[in-house]
Design a protein around this ligand. Structure first.
Ligand code: CTP
Ligand code: MG
Length: 202
């Protein structure tokens, strides 16, 4: 069994609006991606980071693609030995070793495991400013990363999506949801960066 960590870190971070690509913006005193690297390195045999093409110097940094899905594929292609893939966004610096381990422990009998938290807002589906559907909140979970997969299931996926699990689901794969941690927020906007700074300080 060979567990490879994959960190998509090749995004521009347009919504954050920093001077550098988001994963390299300093958060809590270090480039954001380093928080996730430390955690994944503790759990995985090897960690591959997909980065913007001009930042591929360190070993195990590979060039990302134009989309997140492409970046994940480039990283996975660099680890043909992998039997299990742990995908975790550089944009979630508050991940913990404990959360990654719980995902791995839940992989028995399924193709993938994702961390997610129950949605607290009521979610509306809207078209042209009109509500067309209000799904039952009791069944809704907000997907996070880490997302852990049998590598062969992830390798078989095609197309683009905002997370990897949806591609595995589209192939008919079984994906289990486990309770994530609320602190594991995604840094998308400047407000998120402020919140993450506060959480990282504790
Ligand atoms: N990502 C990637 N390759 C891409 C696009 C995104 O590896 N072509 C990564 C980002 O670096 C991030 C994660 O996917 O760690 C989640 O994406 P998102 O939060 O949307 O980050 P960005 O695309 O960088 O931000 P924005 O959409 O605001 O530009
Ligand atoms: Mg993006």
């Amino acid at each position: 069994m060979s567990v490879v960590g994959i960190i998509p870190a090749a995004g521009a971070g347009e919504r954050l609006g920093a001077e550098v690509p988001k994963a390299f913006a300093v958060l809590g005193g270090r480039p954001m991606v380093e928080w996730s690297l430390d955690v994944l390195r503790e759990v995985c045999d090897r960690v591959i980071v997909a980065v913007p093409p001009n930042r591929v110097e360190p070993p195990d940094f590979v060039a990302g693609g134009a989309t997140r899905s492409e970046s994940v594929r480039n990283a996975l292609d660099a680890a043909p030995e992998a039997t299990i893939a742990v995908v975790h966004d550089a944009a979630r610096p508050l991940v913990t070793v404990e959360l990654v381990r719980r995902c791995l422990d839940a992989l028995e009998g399924v193709d993938g495991v994702i961390a997610a938290v129950r949605v607290t807002d009521t979610v509306k589906e809207v078209e042209d400013s009109l509500v067309v559907h209000t799904p039952d909140r009791g069944r809704l979970w907000a997907a996070q990363t880490p997302q852990v997969f049998r590598a062969e299931a992830l390798r078989a996926t095609v197309g683009e999506a905002t997370d990897d699990a949806s591609l595995v689901e589209a192939m008919g794969g079984r994906v289990r949801v486990i309770e994530g941690i609320r602190e594991n927020i995604k840094v998308t906007t400047p407000l998120d960066a402020r919140v993450a700074e506060m959480l990282l300080a504790h």
